[in-house]
Design a protein around this ligand. Structure first.
Ligand code: NAD
Length: 475
């Protein structure tokens, strides 16, 4: 067990408690014991961090993209070397297995290595001009101070997906990690200092969203708010940032559907549903919470799924409130007429564990069909054919990921073309992307940006067009 001491802020390269001296208590999801105290920051701490970032940013941006890419690479390599330590912290904070946490540490490393390569690959464009004697080219400019606010679900990748491209693009950043996973973000930022990211370039301010988070969004010197979390919080952040016309990138929730056609391999489809709906206790933005099954195979599929659910290894959810919210939503669905085929209860084990839950008989407009639960709950729906399936998948406020299981290329392509989602998967799970693939969604799942991939550079930089008169004597 990792002995974590107090988790302080990291401002201008120094570990400091909140100015007010206030702390939050962090509880372990796996057994409800106290893990550590966490700085409970407010607007004063945010102001210190933003000032440090603002002061450090110009010199950082003066370094070449190649030099910044080199430092990003060093940070990724140090994280790889310390992956077991990082994963142990994540496992303590979240209650997830060490194996899962190690996989996430590796995913964070890969994001760093991908972004590091951009140091020697950040291509721009040259273009034509209507007047003679001109060259026109594009270059990227940093935004200044970036606020990076994120969820708890995969703490290391969540920091990595934002911090690597943010600093690579020449910004300084203030990270506001989830109050549920503070220590892993601090660990990441400490490694950054070790490899030579200048003090002030990557700061961490801990605390509650309504206090530290809101103050960061409102700070006039923050040029970009990059947020990963719920649609409700995203809406309030967007409204606040809009008041001062700050750029916002919002990566929000999902109500991801997985379609099982009548020509699907049912055993493989069951395996992918289990992985998609229940891994990480369903706390994935890409979690498959709606399973849309053709009538012809519905009964056979349901039987196999319910049998297989019994063997799922359950992991705790992040908090008592989360557990109660999930169980109450399932109870309301039952009251409204849905049938709970498996789970729907708290497991009689230590920690905040919800039994993997499968529901059927909910209407498409029921709360459980539309509201993201962010827990191990999935709902089965019966449809006649592909058109019905596509209509049902698209009948959702969200549009993050979607999957289809079919032997038909024609069906797969039709689904891919018509489904409202940022990521479509054929014959596998609803899952996220690799570091070189842009990830994001449509509708309530985001505001149109893509994180990861070279698309992430568009989030963390502004384009600049340079219009150059080559020979001034001819101008
Ligand atoms: P959340 O919205 O409650 O919190 C996310 C972060 O925002 C936390 O750090 C929190 O402290 C902060 N916050 C809360 N209120 C704030 C405010 N008023 N101003 C500024 N910051 C504030 O979400 P969560 O429960 O941590 O995460 C779950 C959600 O995240 C789900 O909806 C999930 O789908 C989504 N998510 C999306 C992606 C993606 O890439 N699209 C990835 C992971 C998680």
């Amino acid at each position: 067990m990792v002995g974590l001491s107090d988790v302080t802020n990291l401002i201008d390269g120094r570990a400091v408690p909140a100015r007010s001296g206030a702390w939050l208590e962090k509880i372990r999801p796996a057994d409800e014991t106290v893990l550590c105290r966490v700085a409970r920051s407010d607007a004063d701490d945010v102001a210190d961090a933003v000032a440090a970032a603002r002061a450090a940013q110009p010199a950082w941006a003066e370094r070449t993209a190649v030099a910044r890419g080199d430092i990003v690479r060093e940070l990724a390599l140090l994280l790889r070397a310390r992956r077991e330590e990082a994963a142990a912290i994540v496992a303590e904070e979240t209650g997830k297995s060490l194996a899962l946490a190690l996989g996430e540490a590796d995913a964070a490393v890969e994001m760093g290595l991908f972004i590091a390569g951009e140091g020697r690959r950040s291509y721009g464009r040259t273009t034509t001009a209507s007047m003679a004697n001109r060259t026109v080219l594009t270059m990227r400019q940093p935004l200044g101070v970036a606020a990076l606010i994120m969820s708890f679900n995969t703490p290391l990748p969540n920091v990595a997906w934002k911090a690597f491209p943010a600093i690579f693009c020449g910004n300084a950043a203030v990270v506001k990690p989830s109050e549920h996973t503070p220590a892993s973000a601090s660990f990441f930022a400490e490694l950054a200092l070790e490899v030579g990211v200048a003090p002030g370039v990557l700061n961490v301010v801990h605390g509650l969203g309504s206090e530290a988070g809101a103050a960061l969004v409102d700070h006039p010197d923050v040029g970009l708010v990059s947020f990963t979390g719920s649609a409700a919080t995203g809406r309030s952040i967007n409204a606040a940032a809009a008041r001062r016309l700050a750029k916002t990138c919002l990566e929000l929730g999902g109500k991801n559907a997985l379609v099982v056609c009548d020509d699907a391999d049912l055993d493989r489809a069951v395996e992918w549903v289990l992985a998609s709906a229940f891994s990480n206790a369903g706390q994935r933005c890409a979690s498959a919470s709606r399973i849309v099954v053709f009538d012809a195979v519905y009964d056979a599929f349901r039987e196999r799924l319910v049998d297989a659910v019994a063997a799922v290894d359950s992991q705790p959810v992040i908090s008592r409130e989360s557990m109660e919210r999930i169980l109450e939503a399932v109870a309301r669905a039952r009251t409204a007429g849905a049938i709970v085929l498996a789970g729907g209860t708290r497991l009689e084990q230590p920690g905040w564990r919800v039994a993997p839950t499968v529901v059927e008989g909910a209407t498409p407009d029921a709360e459980i069909s539309r509201v993201e639960l962010f827990g191990p709950v999935t709902v089965l729906y019966r449809v006649a054919d592909l058109d019905d399936a596509i209509a049902l998948v698209n009948d959702s406020p969200y549009g993050l990921t979607a999957a289809i299981h079919t032997a038909s290329v024609h069906r797969a392509m039709r689904f891919a073309e018509r489904v409202q989602a940022g990521v479509v998967v054929v014959n596998a799970g609803t899952h996220g992307s690799e570091p070189h693939m842009g990830f994001g969604g449509v509708k309530d799942s985001g505001t149109g940006w893509r994180e990861a991939g070279i698309e992430s550079l568009d989030v963390y930089s502004d384009p600049k067009v340079v219009n150059l008169v080559v020979d001034p004597t001819k101008a």
